[in-house]
Design a protein around this ligand. Sequence first.
Ligand code: GAP
Length: 438
Amino acid sequence: MPADSLETIANLSKRRGFVFPASEIYGGLRSSWDYGPLGAELLRNIRDAWWTTMVRDRDDVVGLDSSIIQSRQVWVASGHEESFTDPLVECTNCNVRSRLDKLEDPEECPSCGKRGTFTEVRDFNLLLKTFLGPVEDDAALTYLRPETAQGIFINFENVRRSSRLRLPFGIAQIGKSFRNEITPGQFVFRTREFEQMEMEFFCRPDEVEHWYQYWLDARMQWYLDLGMHPDRVRMRAHQPEELAHYAAAASDVEYLFPWGWDELEGVANRTDFDLRAHTESSGEDLRYYDQEADERFFPYVIEPAAGVTRSAFAFLIDAYQEEEVRAETRVVLKLHPKLAPIKVAVLPLSKKDDLIEVTQRVAKQLRSHWAIEVDVTQSIGRRYRRQDEIGTPYCVTIDFDTLEDQAVTVRERDTMEQDRLPIQGLVSYLIDKFGDRL
Ligand code: GAP
């Protein structure tokens, strides 16, 4: 069983240092969260796993790191200033605002339960405004980016030319995005500041169907390869009325969250909408020149767009398990080793100097290979419990016999099986155990 409630994950996250409420000492900010020591590692591991699959392992995708703040014209041309809206209603009884498209019952206020109290629906723009320079007037207005994608489109020609790329090819980017969400919530699922992993894959217009299907399959496989349970992840095609203003077709990778199926990642056919719009708006010709055919055209784009923070949440829920062990409940995060914040914990049985000396020697050996943690506090049972709860795949225990036989005990997280082996062979034993899962 994965975690069946959002509170279970929120509590564990706070207790163990994955996620803290932002601005907590000032009462918190509903839409923001801070990532603690383990959360920072988890996010980093998700980014690395994505970057390796989407960029490093391929010869047709390159990376980019563009600015969060761009010219306002980018957001005018992309259609965001005009059309990046959610339908908003306000309850005249309790004044709480809701997204009409997310209401279970379009007549009933989810906050006070009154019916028929909503105002007329109005389109609420999600762009987060900011002003550049000292004067807060219209000329200084721009927005924090609501998606990383536009940074890719406006750099299309820079990247193509400098990297000497030919179609089909992709440009990938990971970074923060911002949206003034009407109803942030469900822990880190929907926040006003979040992190995205997006790739724009440019291809010939007549190949767009092939690449759409290719990326649907590839993106689903990425979650499965990272251990997500096949019964809790699915692909769902959008209905025409759901499509974003730039998309001809789109599907969502959905995860079975505690409140039901919801979006994890979107894969969209953005056609030539963005390159065409920026060409028209900027006057720079962003068409692709095909030398062999001596023709210029706008490539079509398939875009897999995932969330770093949202997938971290889904991976935590999916990995969470409660098991009965010797009449006690063991909480264990069965995270894929690639995602686990700590790969190996080193636990000396006592704080005595000679054990600490061996512990440090072992830790030094392991640290050059993996993220490790040395824990010397509390009973060994409690320390195992903590490592299970944070998803550490292996614990290495150093006991008094170690001083005699130079051997340690390795405990595996999922099976709890233990092996005794010489310190000398520890690194190669663990390399073997991790196999190609790292
Ligand atoms: N460039 C296309 C685009 O941005 P999207 O479906 O709006 O598409 C892509 O966003 C992904 O970004 C989502 O599937 C989700 O994982 C993440 N995301 C979007 N809005 C979010 C929010 N408010 N909080 C957390 N993650 C969000």
